[in-house]
Design a protein around this ligand. Structure first.
Ligand code: 13P
Ligand code: ZN
Ligand code: NA
Length: 283
């Protein structure tokens, strides 16, 4: 069965590695992630954004993930990514999701705390883990668009107060990563990460990991990041392989044929990110 991400993240924190969390959009991407995680013997988190919940449906997503978890002999969690609406969070919890991110990062501090508390009060008795964000990760994640001006780094002292007052299970930090791709090389504030880690006991989460050089991700993991989020790299791999396929085979109409190279391209991304996270053989 699907498991809560809490056990995975706690083990990762103790073992100084990270769990790779992948945004999936359909059967093909979900299977590519799960098959690769099995091959690598890695616990894995499947994530769906509100947009994906609308596209695929909460119940369809859960049914696919649950089936994958029954067949796979590795821990799999199903996570709502960037849930910015309490009702959707409740719906996902009722629908069998085992992990929820409450994204109140666009709200003022007090309202952010209040929103997270509401979801935790519902999630905790049901064994569902809750991630929340303080500060604002920049870039574009589907409907969520944060300009460079609006993006705000996590303040370490505020983060400590936030975790204490919300009782959240894991904390997403803004230390310079952004959703989507980067114009130049991202600049990560490792000093800030270290300060946060010293003040906050719960596992820390790094959003926006697509496009971040491997050595920076590795360093962030050594400084306390326990979950790395990957969405854009998967989208690029999937679409790129499809484009290539149709260039060579413009007349092909069989989805089982044209999705195959796209799925394989996603598998390559997943394998490299799992290895980067250091979660191989931790299942
Ligand atoms: P990327 O767009 O860098 O893949 O970020 C993914 C993410 O943070 C999902 O929540
Ligand atoms: Zn994110
Ligand atoms: Na990114």
């Amino acid at each position: 069965p699907l498991v809560s991400s809490k056990i995975m993240l706690t083990a990762a924190q103790r073992g100084h590695y990270a769990i790779a969390a992948f945004n999936i959009h359909n059967l093909e991407t979900l299977k590519a992630v799960v098959e690769t995680a099995r091959e690598e013997r890695a616990p894995v988190i499947l994530q769906a954004t509100p947009g994906t919940c609308r596209h695929a449906g909460v119940n369809f997503l859960h049914a696919m993930a649950k089936t994958a978890a029954l067949e796979a002999d590795i821990p799999i969690a199903l996570h709502l990514d960037h849930g910015d609406d309490v009702e959707l969070a409740f719906k996902c919890i009722d629908g069998g999701f085992t992990s929820i991110m409450v994204d109140g990062s666009k709200l003022p501090f007090e309202q952010n705390v209040e929103m997270v508390r509401k979801v935790i009060d519902y999630a905790r008795p049901r064994g569902v883990q809750v991630e929340a964000e303080l500060g604002r990760v920049g870039g574009v994640e589907e409907e969520l668009s944060v300009s460079e001006y609006e993006a705000a780094m996590t303040e370490p002292e505020k983060a400590a107060e936030y975790v204490e007052r919300t009782g959240v299970d894991s904390l997403a930090v803004a230390i310079g990563t952004a959703h989507g791709m980067y114009k130049g090389e991202p600049k990560l504030d490792f000093e800030r990460l270290e300060k946060i880690k010293n003040l906050v006991a719960v596992p820390l989460v790094l959003h926006g990991c697509s496009g971040v050089p491997d050595d920076m991700v590795k360093k962030a993991i050594t400084l306390g990041i326990c979950k790395i989020n990957i969405a854009t790299d998967i989208k690029i791999a999937f679409a790129g392989a499809l484009l290539d396929y149709f260039k060579d085979n413009p007349k092909e109409v069989d989805p089982r044929k044209y999705f195959k190279p796209a799925q394989d391209a996603v598998k390559d991304v997943v394998k490299s990110k799992i290895r980067l996270a250091g979660s191989c053989d931790k299942a």
